[in-house]
Design a protein around this ligand. Structure first.
Ligand code: ADE
Length: 233
């Protein structure tokens, strides 16, 4: 998969994209990730990427010209018709595990990182862009939402994590929250690991995990639990 990220603040992205699972995906050449500094596509001395909103009000708006130029550069290297362009925004469709699975099947993702009040709406008149929200709260930076989405997608690409089964059986892929996990030591300051996990009886452990998943989902996320009940009927 190819991922291009157009950003006015590449520093927010650099370290997280070079650690852990994403780093493995890049090293194995399963995910090629390119950062594009929006300021490189400006044409004024101050490398201005934002300006005041027409109609007034607080905050700044990302200018349309550098964004269009940056996207056109990307599409010189890879055809636009094979790309999904994504704009993380609280106004977007809600992102979830299912959406991550969908994106993991794409060939090319292009992210536009908004800032301040957002980006000049006319960008939508030049490109087909999907707005995508990671939750009902406002981040100061589209880069942070982009990272969350990129991480959740890259880990699903075959070959990135050893046990792809484990990625597919994570919380939400079966509409139930995942079970809690324990590791050594067996006793820490008097607190024990649940006995069943030490039994070696995999059928019983499986049954225990399923029960805990159902209980926790019912208590913590009744909305998911309702879907789960419908799905097993
Ligand atoms: N940018 C700012 N807030 C956001 C959110 N909740 N989801 C995606 N992008 C955002």
């Amino acid at each position: 998969m190819r991922i291009d990220i157009i950003t006015g603040f590449p520093g927010i992205l650099e370290a997280p994209l070079n650690e852990s699972i994403i780093k493995i995906g890049r090293k194995k050449k399963i995910a090629e990730i390119n950062l594009h500094d929006l300021r490189d596509y400006t044409d004024d001395r101050h490398r201005t990427i934002d300006d005041y909103p027409y109609g007034g009000g607080p905050g700044m708006v990302l200018k349309v010209e550098p964004l269009v130029r940056a996207l056109r550069e990307v599409f010189k290297e890879a055809p636009e018709k094979e790309a999904r362009i994504l704009l993380p925004s609280p106004r977007g469709q809600r992102f979830n595990h299912k959406a991550a699975v969908g994106l993991s099947l794409e060939k090319h993702l292009v992210f536009l990182c908004g800032h301040y009040k957002g980006i000049d709406q006319r960008i939508h008149e030049f490109f087909n862009i999907d707005e995508i929200s990671i939750g009902d709260y406002v981040l100061s930076s589209g880069e942070i939402a982009t990272l969350a989405i990129v991480d959740s997608v890259v880990r699903l690409l075959p070959g990135v994590i050893k046990d792809i089964e484990s990625a597919w059986s994570d919380s939400f892929s079966e509409e139930l929250l995942d079970a809690p996990y324990y590791t050594r030591p067996e006793i820490y300051e008097g607190k024990r690991v649940p006995k069943i996990l030490l039994s070696g009886n995999h059928a019983d452990i499986g049954k225990w995990r399923q029960e805990v998943r159902e209980r926790d989902t019912r208590e913590r996320r009744p909305d998911l639990y309702e879907n789960y009940q419908k799905s097993i009927k």
